[in-house]
Design a protein around this ligand. Structure first.
Ligand code: C2E
Ligand code: CA
Ligand code: CA
Length: 418
């Protein structure tokens, strides 16, 4: 008769003892731990036609039942002690915590490995092979796709690090125009990578890698410092008659990672002070999804930033499944309507109604609205009619290097809307 392994007081700790013949893991049951075999040996059994069939053995140092840490799915094999053993238990919660707090590169590689493992097990199941045999399948087929992705990401990460040191990162500036008088309200700073061989690389390529690897924090810090320098240059270049009631601001984009390391508001405050920049001239752009992901820390940090006079804009509004009533809990000055809404305004009436309602609701909460991605005169005219305060898009100007932005502010001629 097969004896079940019972939990003993000792088993409550991470280290457990199992006796010869005990079952540590049973095929078909759900489990949320893996084990490292410290001493002794175990056999791996699978049930075929009502009989337990041994398909392998494991000795000291082996990891057993690791699939449960990856997928909350039934165990794919039974593990029985061949002799008295000691094992160390690793729970899924602990494993997840360790992966999450690991070095960003380790984390990235780990995610890829886990994804490959899932894929490998999935394919083995399709081929009706036991999980352990999947290793052989993987070796034989070796898709390589995820591997290439991981290697590619690590390569970009390493190159980005060098890029930051070698000043290959630059900010482009795209004007934001006031709909009231068509004067320049400010600029959004958008990062580009001037790669020595590949030329200008768009942020869509490198920002996700920088976020994943944690390098974004350093990059954001650099961007803020650069934007502060640009504020000085822009203010010196612009004719006061061509800007609205205030000298132009510069908006800087931030990511969720910027909030997870150190004191975000303190970093902002210290940089503004070091650069001698008036906090009112810098706006912080935070995506709606960032707020949803990390509402507590974001609220605390943004509250502090606003206390010392920096404005907060919610970027890509409408893409993060939040509601305006939810946003009401956050310290927000401006809401940027995502360009997908602007694009669809010309296609259907319901999008127009939606944009109008967003503007109306934002105003009722004292929040200003910027519409992004304006590509036509019609869109600009319609948004003005709807009461949208500011617009940004290719119709006014594409993002440009600082030198061009300085010429732009000198030569700005407000376009006619009708
Ligand atoms: P975003 O913050 O939503 O920036 C607006 C994007 O829309 C920019 O793309 C801009 O070039 C583009 N755009 C502006 N007007 C138009 C238009 O009329 N039509 C179309 N089709 N596109 C328009 P870009 O510069 O490629 O940046 C992409 C995204 O990368 C940004 O989206 C932002 O999420 C991220 N990003 C850029 N710079 C930074 C940065 O310094 N830090 C962080 N964390 N993210 C950044
Ligand atoms: Ca933005
Ligand atoms: Ca946006």
């Amino acid at each position: 008769m097969v004896r079940e392994w019972k939990r003993t007081p000792m088993a409550e700790s991470a280290k457990k003892s199992i006796r010869k013949g005990d079952i540590l893991i049973r095929e078909g049951e759900r489990g949320d731990s893996a084990y490292i075999l410290e001493t002794g040996s175990v056999e791996i059994l699978i049930l075929r036609d009502g009989t337990l069939m041994q398909i392998g053995t494991r000795g000291p140092g082996s990891i057993i039942g690791e699939m449960a840490m990856i997928d909350d799915k039934p165990r794919t094999a039974t593990i029985r002690a061949l002799e008295d053993c000691t094992v160390m238990e690793i729970s899924r919660a602990e494993f997840t915590h360790r992966v999450e707090s690991a070095d960003p590169i380790v984390k990235m590689v780990m995610r890829v490995i886990l994804a490959r493992y899932r894929d490998m097990i999935g394919r083995a199941q399709v081929m009706r092979l036991p999980a352990h045999a999947a290793v052989a399948v993987e070796t034989a087929e070796n898709s390589g796709e995820l591997h290439d992705l991981a290697v590619g990401a690590i390569k970009i990460h390493n190159e980005l690090k060098t890029a930051l040191e070698k000043n290959e990162l630059v900010l482009f500036y795209q004007p934001i125009i006031s709909m009231r008088d068509m004067k320049i309200s400010g600029f959004e700073a958008l990062m580009r990578w001037k790669h020595p061989e590949k030329g200008l690389i768009s942020p869509g390529v490198f920002i996700p890698v920088a976020e994943e690897s944690g390098l974004i924090v350093e990059m954001s810090h650099w961007a803020l410092g650069s934007a502060c320098d640009a504020v000085k240059d822009l203010h010196a270049a612009i004719d006061p008659k061509l800007c609205g009631t205030h000298p132009p601001f510069v908006s800087v984009n931030f990511s969720v990672k910027d909030f997870s390391k150190g004191d975000f508001s303190e970093l902002i405050r210290a940089t503004l002070e070091r650069k001698g920049t008036n906090p009112a001239h810098i706006h912080l752009e935070i995506t709606e999804s960032l707020l949803m992901e990390s509402p507590g820390p974001a609220k605390v940090a943004l509250d502090k930033c606003r206390q010392f006079g920096t404005s907060v804009s919610i970027d890509d509004f409408g893409t993060g499944y939040s509601s305006l009533s939810y946003l009401h809990h956050f310290p927000i000055d401006t809401l940027k309507i995502d360009q997908t809404f602007i694009r669809s305004m010309g296609l259907d009436l319901s999008s127009k109604v939606l944009v109008k309602s967003i503007i109306g609701l934002a105003h009722s909460m004292g929040i200003k609205v910027i519409a992004e991605g304006i590509e036509t005169r019609e869109e600009a005219a319609l948004l003005k009619e709807m009461g949208c305060e500011e617009c940004q898009g290719y119709w006014f100007a594409k993002p440009m290097p600082l030198a061009d932005a300085l010429t732009f502010v000198k030569n700005w001629t407000p376009p006619a809307l009708a």
